[in-house]
Design a protein around this ligand. Structure first.
Ligand SMILES: Nc1ncnc2c1ncn2[C@@H]1O[C@H](COP(=O)(O)OP(=O)(O)O)[C@@H](O)[C@H]1O
Ligand SMILES: [Mg+2]
Length: 439
């Protein structure tokens, strides 16, 4: 692994003032040549650095081609409190989360209220919060199971994730508890908070912070009718990079997210991002009989999976960096990581985008819903340059998540400055033409 100051990125090219200059690709591809040449001898054809870079990224991306999941969420824009839940909760007197009291607690011992400060919910609290898992409160369905919007007695909105019956290996009950306890200790403004859990008979339920404004994927699909502009997309990328850096660096031991993807990025009303489901993938076991070694099973989502992890089963923080690279391309292009209805060359979005980037046509990857201008052109080049590094075929070629955050920070700074100077020159041009008209 490279030290934090190691300049794989320090050879960053300079851009001309109009922001349109294509990067110096020989600088960019150096790391690819060294990382791919370690895999064996190369023919003379392979000496073209651009071709080598494209081929190594393309190979890496192709090797993790798996058909896409087809899931759509039904909760977009659903930020209204469930009325019946409010009715029920109005009968309670307590407002402290630590004193949640189940409506069924007097009739069923197993549903008594939990200890103050405990993470264990009672089934009564869960029933009450979700109105007995009312279908009207269902907000999503994912690999883990069904997600309901709920409201705790103190008024806090939560997302209640009810595991599919076969999603957990029955051997991992204790791991489940300790894992959730560990996750609940992790607090960061860009991470979805874990409130607690419940194991009840064959049910496993996790209660997490409810984030009201839909997923990043839904916003890229414009389901709300509003286009997510590039400034907002950059802010979201930075939020995600900060959250994942925190998981990798600042917790007791590194937490690898394992499932970074646009539907795990939830947005607040102010379009700030909260990363969901960190560490969850480790809890989920294969439903195959006899699968007990959860930690060695490949978990993640098609299109985002690190090819090196797929090949070696060795999971490191850099697998998250790879997924983050896929996410960056998704943010720029608006496309899903795998678009099976497109022409063969465009089906794997990251491969298509990296080819355009290395050919000097980065701007052609821009989401057609976004407008081109010098600030956008420059930002797209730089974001894709970072994506290319994140998508390096081996982990040594990828930056740390912290470095990604720093680079995105500087991309945002340049983007803001250039956008502001564009605006200034536009307004001075319009002032000038107005004064000419007055004369
Ligand atoms: N904490 C949450 N707050 C609001 N909505 C959520 C939350 N967690 C999940 N959802 C919704 O439920 C859907 C399914 O979530 P999940 O089971 O994690 O599957 P996936 O991550 O594959 O989409 C999400 O796409 C999202 O729409
Ligand atoms: Mg999720």
């Amino acid at each position: 692994m490279k030290s934090p100051g190691t300049p794989w990125w320090s050879s960053r090219k300079r851009y001309s003032s109009d922001g349109l200059k294509t990067p110096d690709r020989s600088e960019l591809t150096d790391s690819y040549i060294s990382s791919s040449s370690s895999n064996g001898g190369k023919s003379s054809v392979d000496r073209n650095p651009v071709k080598v870079a494209v081929r190594s990224v393309a190979g890496a991306i192709t090797s993790c081609f798996i058909p896409p999941e087809t899931k759509s969420s039904s909760n977009f824009g659903d930020s209204e409190p469930p009325s019946v839940v409010s009715d029920i909760s109005s009968s309670g007197s307590s407002t402290k989360p630590s004193s949640r009291r189940g409506i069924y607690s007097s009739s069923n011992n197993s549903t008594q209220t939990k200890e103050p400060g405990s993470l264990k919910f009672t089934i009564a609290e869960i029933y009450k919060a979700t109105r007995n898992f009312s279908p009207s409160l269902k907000i999503g369905q994912g690999g883990f199971g069904t997600v309901y919007k709920g409201r705790l007695e103190d008024g806090t909105f939560v997302a209640v994730k009810r595991a599919k019956k076969n999603v957990y290996d029955k051997h991992i009950g204790i791991e489940f508890q300790s894992e959730i306890k560990m996750l609940a200790r992790v607090e960061h403004m860009n991470l979805v908070r874990c409130h607690g859990y419940l194991e009840h008979e064959d049910e496993k339920i996790v209660v997490v912070e409810y984030v009201p404004n839909g997923t990043l994927r839904e916003h890229l699909d414009c389901l709300s009718g509003n286009i997510l502009d590039l400034a907002a997309r950059l802010d979201i990328a930075i939020d995600v990079a900060h959250a994942v850096t925190y998981l990798h660096m600042y917790t007791d031991h590194p937490i690898i997210h394992r499932d970074i993807k646009s539907s795990n990025i939830l947005l607040t009303e102010n379009l700030r991002a909260k990363v969901a489901d960190f560490g969850f993938a480790r809890l989920a076991a294969d439903s195959d009989a006899g699968a007990t070694h959860v930690s060695t099973q490949v978990k993640g989502t098609a299109g985002y999976l690190d090819p090196e992890y797929l090949r070696t089963y060795q999971l490191t923080e850099k697998s998250d960096v790879y997924s983050f690279g896929v996410l960056l391309v998704e943010l720029v292009s608006g496309r899903r990581p795998i678009e099976s209805k497109r022409d063969l060359k465009e089906r794997i979005t990251a491969r298509w985008a990296m080819k355009l980037f290395t050919d000097g046509d980065a701007i052609l990857t821009l989401d057609p819903m976004l407008q081109r201008n010098p600030a956008t052109n420059l930002a797209v080049e730089k974001i894709l340059e970072l994506a290319l590094q994140c998508l390096a075929p081996t982990r040594q070629g990828r930056p740390s998540m912290r470095r990604c955050a720093e680079i995105l920070w500087s991309i945002r700074k340049d983007y803001r400055e250039l956008s502001a100077s564009d605006l200034q020159s536009l307004s001075s041009v319009s002032q000038r033409s107005a004064s000419i008209r007055e004369q």
